[in-house]
Write a protein that binds this ligand. Structure first.
Ligand code: ATP
Ligand code: MG
Length: 667
């Protein structure tokens, strides 16, 4: 089939979990996994109703799934509240007085004074209840959207759960975005309130969140109220006037005054609003790697169950775990695996403010060392950055408290996996690779840590209830080890319900490319053991000497060279060949960007994959263009390689300078 993808990866190493890990794991063998998995797909309704007994409902659901393609309803008839499922449920249990969140602020590194906050479930609950009551008093009702534009402080979790408590869907906007990006997201979902904070800290600087929020608000007609959390101690002594108690919005031709309030003026305790299982819980905009971000809608019960069940099995949480997910709450990983998943499991989540490499490249290792974190969940982009700065940084710290590692966000190249395993995991921690998307809501493909062997670079096996397949254009499954489109054949509880305000885009984007299945947009192959290997985005597939090859495999070959920190492969229109292969490479500290290095790297790819795959051009780059969530934006590199101006959305690009620098690079 002409459209299939050729896989060139030869990775064959595998890692078996230790007996010690296996013994205490929830799922202890591949057989156990298979049995549960078969149940989850043979009778999904029964499986998911069973699991749902573990969370509290105000009204029990009667039915698992109601499916009218492309619209799913899960847990019909059920009523619940996500904040109750995360907090109130622990009342009267030992978990109530256990830490829900352990947080460390950035100024610690400047003042030398530990700025650590621990919130028990009881304390977090008290804060959530008060903010929820405050939101109600400000006129925010069930169904009203609330934007949250904050840094990584415990109050961002409070804000999310307070919204959930009153049935107001939240939309968290990453705190690193500028006013324009915030404005567009508020307007797209018509948010009525905005919760922000005065400032945040990052790399020794104050991030002026309130100022940006204020600037955005002036162009957001739907917005009625801004709530400001005070992060900076000095600001606590200021009264409301310090933030200007009013802001103006232009409505039609009129200027209308709106209100600004403080989050810390608190009313009394009030009950949570039970909502329908399908009530919107949040809207979250995707990272924008492949185009304009989409407002992905998740609803309450199905999403919560996806987050709850996946956290339970994938991170295999123990009561005494200190679980550290380094994602920002502005991305789906922060939603599912800092907030809803861990809290609904009664876990302790570690959060930090600031950057992973400031003031030194060992910020994470320092945090893990001092707090004795047991689980670390991070992204390949971070791991590659750590490899680049060298092993001496983690070596300064005792990381022996870690027992499990996880990765998410991009395909992890085997070399980075091995480094993570050896240097961070001390060779003893299993690594769970987790493939999923903002749209899937929770982990969809993974290597359950005590159950199966890990293969570096492979996301692993399907999670419960998920039926991934690798298919051709007609939707026919391709042979094992052949590449194709990664699709999900069945609906699952935490799937997105629609694109906010654009159901036609939802149907077109996800349910039309291959008939009757969910299109992920990713290319993959499934190997002889059933493991899935994501080979890159379908839109980025390269045509190399007549073979269609995923970007990830070329990039992995480059990164396996000791000089290379990071690589991106793109195709460029070529008169003779149809398409030429161009690669962008960032080097490790100490390697020189010379013609000699270039020749070595080209030869290396030819050796690893085959002569036909020797790139036609190689450009050295100080950095690659990435989304704010750390993913390489190949579409921008593609335009650059072709010498055309990028017309696509660049609103989520991390650093515009990177593109300017790359324009000057030679091949
Ligand atoms: P947009 O949809 O706006 O282009 P995005 O796809 O980058 O943005 P996310 O939902 O944050 O937004 O990312 C999901 C994508 O990330 C997946 O489709 C996949 O390409 C990639 N991904 C995530 N985890 C993994 C993983 N473990 N292995 C391989 N790829 C992964
Ligand atoms: Mg996507």
């Amino acid at each position: 089939m002409a459209n299939n993808i050729t896989s060139v990866s030869k990775e064959s190493r595998r890692f078996t979990p230790s007996d010690e890990f296996r013994k205490q794991a929830r799922i202890k063998s591949r057989e156990e996994y298979e049995a549960l998995y078969q149940r989850s797909i043979n009778d999904p309704a029964a499986f998911w109703l069973d699991e749902a007994r573990e969370i509290p409902w105000s009204k029990e659901p009667k039915k698992g799934l109601d499916w009218k393609e492309p619209h799913a309803k899960w847990y019909e008839g059920g009523e619940l509240n996500a904040s109750v499922a995360c907090l109130d449920r622990w009342k009267g249990t030992p978990t109530w007085h256990k830490a829900a969140i352990v947080w460390e602020g950035e100024p610690f590194y400047q003042t030398g004074e530990p700025e650590v906050q621990t919130l028990t479930y009881a304390q977090l609950h008290a804060k959530v209840v008060k903010l929820a009551a405050k939101l109600r008093r400000l006129g925010i009702a069930q169904g009203d959207r609330v934007a949250i534009y904050m840094g990584m402080v415990p109050e961002v979790v409070v804000a999310m759960l307070a919204c959930a408590r009153i049935g107001a869907p939240h939309t968290v906007v990453f705190g690193g975005f500028a006013a324009d990006a915030l404005r567009d997201r508020i307007n797209d979902c018509g948010a009525k309130a905005l919760i922000t904070q005065d400032i945040g800290y990052r790399r020794g600087n104050e991030v002026k969140l309130f100022d940006a929020a204020h600037a955005a608000a002036a162009q957001c007609p739907s917005l009625r109220t801004i709530l400001v959390h005070t992060r900076k101690l000095e600001n606590l002594h200021l009264d409301d006037d310090a933030f200007a108690t009013k802001f103006a919005v232009t409505e039609g031709s009129q200027e209308v005054e709106r209100m600004i309030a403080r989050t810390d003026l608190v009313p009394k305790d009030e009950a949570a609003t039970p909502v329908d299982a399908e009530h919107p819980l949040f809207v979250l905009y995707t990272s924008g790697s492949t185009g304009k971000p989409k407002g992905v809608l998740h609803t309450t019960a199905g999403y919560l169950m996806g987050a709850y069940v996946s956290t339970k099995y994938v991170f295999d949480l123990r009561d005494d775990d200190l679980y550290f997910c380094t994602a920002d709450v502005g991305w789906v990983t922060g939603h599912s695996y800092i907030v809803y998943g861990p809290l609904s499991n009664g876990a302790t989540a570690l959060m930090f403010e600031g950057a992973p490499n400031w003031p030194q490249p060992d910020r994470l290792w320092d945090i893990i060392d001092r707090h004795n974190a047991t689980i670390l969940y991070t992204a390949p982009t971070a791991i590659r950055a750590f490899i680049r700065t060298g092993e001496e940084w983690p070596a300064k710290h005792d990381l022996s408290s870690l027992r499990l590692l996880g990765t998410v966000g991009e395909p992890i190249n085997p070399e980075a996996w091995l480094w993570y395993h050896r240097v961070i995991g001390g060779g003893r921690c299993p690594i769970v690779d987790t493939w999923w998307q903002t749209e899937t809501g929770s982990i969809a493909i993974t290597t359950l840590p005590g159950a199966v062997d890990a293969k570096p670079g492979s996301a692993g096996l399907p999670f419960f209830g998920i039926v991934p397949k690798v298919v051709d254009q007609e939707g026919k499954e391709v042979a094992r080890n052949a590449g194709g489109k990664l699709i999900l054949a069945n609906p699952w509880p935490s799937m997105l319900r629609t694109v906010w305000g654009d159901d036609a885009r939802y149907a077109a984007q996800y349910w039309s490319d291959v008939p009757h299945v969910y299109t992920t947009g990713d290319g993959a192959r499934q190997d002889e053991d059933g493991y899935f290997w994501v080979v890159g985005r379908i839109d980025d597939v390269l045509n190399v000497a007549g073979h269609r090859i995923g970007t990830a495999e070329i990039e992995s070959a480059l990164v396996s060279h000791p000089f290379v920190a990071e690589a991106a492969a793109v195709g460029r229109p070529d008169e003779l060949k149809g398409q030429a292969l161009v690669v962008f490479v960032t080097l490790k500290t100490g390697a020189a960007a010379t013609d000699e290095t270039r020749a070595k790297l080209l030869e290396h790819v030819a050796k690893e994959i085959g002569k036909f795959a020797r790139p036609d051009g190689l450009r050295f780059a100080a950095a690659l263009p990435k989304t704010r969530s750390g993913k390489i934006m190949r579409r921008l590199l593609k335009d650059l390689a072709a010498g055309v101006e990028s017309k696509g959305d660049t609103s989520t690009l991390e650093d515009l300078n990177v593109l300017a620098q790359l324009r000057g690079a030679e091949e």
